[in-house]
Ligand binder design. Structure first.
Ligand code: GLU
Length: 507
C-alpha cells in the first residue's frame, strides 16, 4: 500500500501507565531510524482498552518523549495526513475493514458466550493442549448471523485462518521465524462490544498509515503471525518486522520496580539527563561500531544501525547508565548545571525560591565543584551537606580516628591558637598558618592536613581545602535559608567541643 519509498515507522504506546525504559527504547530505535533515513516517525496512541487508557497517561507519555528529545512528524497532538492518530477515534476504519472481510467470507461472526470459551480454554490447558478456538461458529452464514444480531444477540468477529500450514517471516533482529497455524486458531478481530482487538487495529492502522517498518518489543512476536494473516487476507504488502529483545534486570528477570527506577518519569525526577538516558537506551540491544560510548542524539542518529541490533537479552545496568550520566553532566555548560541543580537544592530547603545574583554566582561555583562524581542531580543535596551541615558532635569513626593522635591534637591546638585573634579568614591565611605549623612542629602532609580537614568539615573526606575554604567563606556571607558557617565559626565550635582551647598555654 505504500506510495513512496520513504521509511515510515511508528511508536504505538497504549496510554495505560507511565512509559518505561523498554518502551522508550522502542520509541528511540524507531525515531533513530526515521531521522537517519530522512523518514517519517509517527506517534499513534493505542487506547482501545477503554478501562485502562487514560488521557493523563497520554499527556505524560507525550511529555516524556519530548523530554527525551524525540519528536514526531505525525501524531495525535499535531495531526497528519493519515490521522486520526488515536485508535479510539478510528473505530469507523476498523468496522469498515471488518465488514470487508465478512463480506469476502474471510471473517465470521462468533456467538460463543465468553464463559464457554473460557471453559474450553481451561480444558485445553489442563490437557496440555494450546487453547485454540474450536471453530464452532465458522460455518454460520453471514445472512443467518445478521438475523441473529438483529434479534439482539451479541457476537465477536473472527478471522478465518487456514487450519494447517506455517506462517513465516524474516525478522530483522531474530532472523527466520515461523509459527504453526495449528496453534493459532481463528483470532478475534472485533470484540462483541465493537472494539477492535489489538492485532486487528494495529494492522489496519499500520497499513493505512503506510508503515514500512514495525519495530517493537519481542513480547509482540507471537502476535505477528496473526497480523501477517490479516495482511494476507487484505492482500496488503507486509512491513519489515524487527522485534527487540526484552529489557531485563541483572538477575535475568524482566526489569521491574524491584530492580530500581523503570519509568522515564522516575529517571527524569532522579535527575538523569535525557541525553544520557537516550545514550544508554541505545545500548539496549545495539552497540556503537567504534567503541566511543558517550554519544549525543545527533551522533546516535549518524551511527545507529538497525541491522546491528542483536537478539540477546538487553540487561539494564544502572551503574552504566549513571556513568554515562556523569559523562554527559560534565559536558554541560555551567549555567545549565545550575539550572538543573536548583530545583533539587530548593526542594531540600537549602536554597530559597528567589535567589540574588550573588547567591547565583556562588551556587554556580558550588554546583560546578560538588557535581563532580555525582550520579544524578537528586544526589546533589546530599553532596551539598558538606557545605551546609557542620556537625563536629557526630563525627564518624574515620574522622575520630584522624584527630585522635597526639600529633593531630598538636596541629589542631596550634591552628586554633594561631586563628584565635582573627576576624576574617581565607585560603591564603590557611596556607600561611599551616606553613608555620609545619615549620614549628615538623608535622607535614596527611598528618598536617587531615586533622584540619576534619576540623573544618567535620568529615574525613570531601573537597580539596583550597576549594572548600573559599566556598564556605563566600557562602557564609550569603543569606541562604540554612546559614553556612564560616571557617572561623567552625574552628571555634570544634575547639570548644574538643577542648582544644583549654589546653592552650597562656601567651
Ligand atoms: N500498543 C502496543 C503496545 O504498547 C503496540 C505494539 C506494537 O507496536 O504493535 O505494546
Amino acid at each position: 500500500m505504500t506510495n513512496s519509498d520513504k521509511i515510515r515507522v511508528r511508536f504505538a504506546p497504549s496510554p495505560t501507565g507511565f512509559i518505561h525504559v523498554g518502551n522508550a527504547r522502542t520509541a528511540l530505535f524507531n525515531w533513530l531510524l526515521a531521522r537517519q533515513k530522512g523518514g517519517v516517525f509517527v506517534l499513534r496512541v493505542e487506547d482501545t482498552d477503554l478501562e485502562r487508557s487514560k488521557e493523563e497517561y497520554e499527556r505524560n507519555l507525550i511529555e516524556d518523549l519530548h523530554w527525551l528529545g524525540l519528536d514526531w512528524d505525525e501524531g495525535p497532538d499535531i495531526g497528519g495526513e493519515f490521522g486520526p492518530y488515536r485508535q479510539s477515534e478510528r473505530l469507523g476504519f476498523y468496522h469498515q475493514y471488518a465488514r470487508e472481510l465478512l463480506e469476502k467470507g474471510q471473517a465470521y461472526y462468533c456467538f460463543c458466550p465468553q464463559e464457554e470459551l473460557e471453559k474450553e480454554r481451561e480444558e485445553a490447558l489442563a490437557q496440555g493442549r494450546s487453547p485454540v478456538y474450536s471453530g464452532r461458529c465458522r460455518n454460520i452464514l453471514l445472512k443467518e448471523a445478521q438475523k441473529r444480531l438483529e434479534t439482539g444477540e451479541q457476537a465477536a468477529i473472527r478471522l478465518k485462518v487456514p487450519e494447517e500450514g506455517l506462517v513465516r517471516f524474516t525478522d530483522l533482529v531474530r532472523g527466520e521465524v515461523e509459527f504453526d497455524l495449528k496453534l493459532i486458531g481463528d483470532p478475534i478481530i472485533v470484540r462483541s462490544n465493537g472494539m477492535p482487538a489489538y492485532n486487528f487495529s494495529v494492522v489496519i492502522d499500520d497499513a493505512l498509515m503506510h508503515i514500512t517498518h514495525v519495530i517493537r518489543g519481542e513480547d509482540h512476536i507471537s502476535n505477528t503471525p496473526r497480523q501477517i494473516l490479516l495482511y494476507q487476507a487484505f492482500d496488503w504488502t507486509l512491513p519489515v518486522f524487527a522485534h527487540l529483545s526484552m529489557v531485563m534486570g541483572q538477575d535475568n528477570t524482566r526489569l521491574s520496580k524491584r530492580h530500581g527506577a523503570t519509568s522515564i518519569d522516575q529517571f527524569r525526577r532522579e535527575g538523569v539527563l535525557p541525553q544520557a538516558l537516550c545514550n544508554y537506551l541505545s545500548f539496549l540491544g545495539w552497540s556503537p561500531p567504534e567503541g566511543k560510548e558517550v554519544l549525543t542524539l545527533e551522533e546516535l542518529v549518524k551511527l545507529f544501525d538497525l541491522s546491528r541490533v542483536n537478539r540477546s537479552a538487553a540487561i539494564f545496568d544502572y551503574e552504566k547508565l549513571y556513568w554515562l550520566n556523569r559523562q554527559h553532566i560534565k559536558l554541560l555548560p555551567a549555567q545549565k548545571k545550575l539550572e538543573l541543580a536548583l530545583p533539587y537544592l530548593q526542594a531540600a530547603g537549602l536554597v530559597g525560591k528567589d535567589i540574588t545574583s550573588d547567591e547565583e554566582q556562588w551556587l554556580s561555583q558550588a554546583v560546578e565543584l560538588l557535581l563532580e562524581g555525582v550520579d544524578k542531580f537528586s544526589d546533589l543535596p546530599q553532596k551539598f551537606s558538606l557545605i551546609f551541615d557542620f556537625k563536629p558532635e557526630s563525627l564518624d569513626e574515620e574522622a575520630k580516628d584522624i584527630i585522635s593522635s597526639a600529633a593531630a591534637r598538636q596541629v589542631l591546638r596550634a591552628f586554633v591558637e594561631k586563628t584565635s585573634g582573627l576576624t576574617d579568614f581565607n585560603y591564603d591565611l590557611f596556607a600561611r598558618i599551616t606553613g608555620e605549623i609545619k615549620k614549628e612542629t615538623g608535622i607535614k602532609g596527611r598528618d598536617l592536613y587531615h586533622p584540619l580537614r576534619v576540623m573544618l568539615t567535620a568529615r574525613a573526606s570531601g573537597l580539596e581545602l583550597d576549594k572548600f575554604i573559599p566556598l564556605i567563606e563566600d557562602g557564609a556571607k550569603l543569606n541562604f535559608p540554612r546559614r553556612i558557617k564560616s571557617s572561623l565559626e567552625r574552628i571555634r565550635e570544634f575547639a570548644r567541643l574538643m577542648h582544644l582551647e583549654s589546653e592552650r598555654q597562656p601567651v
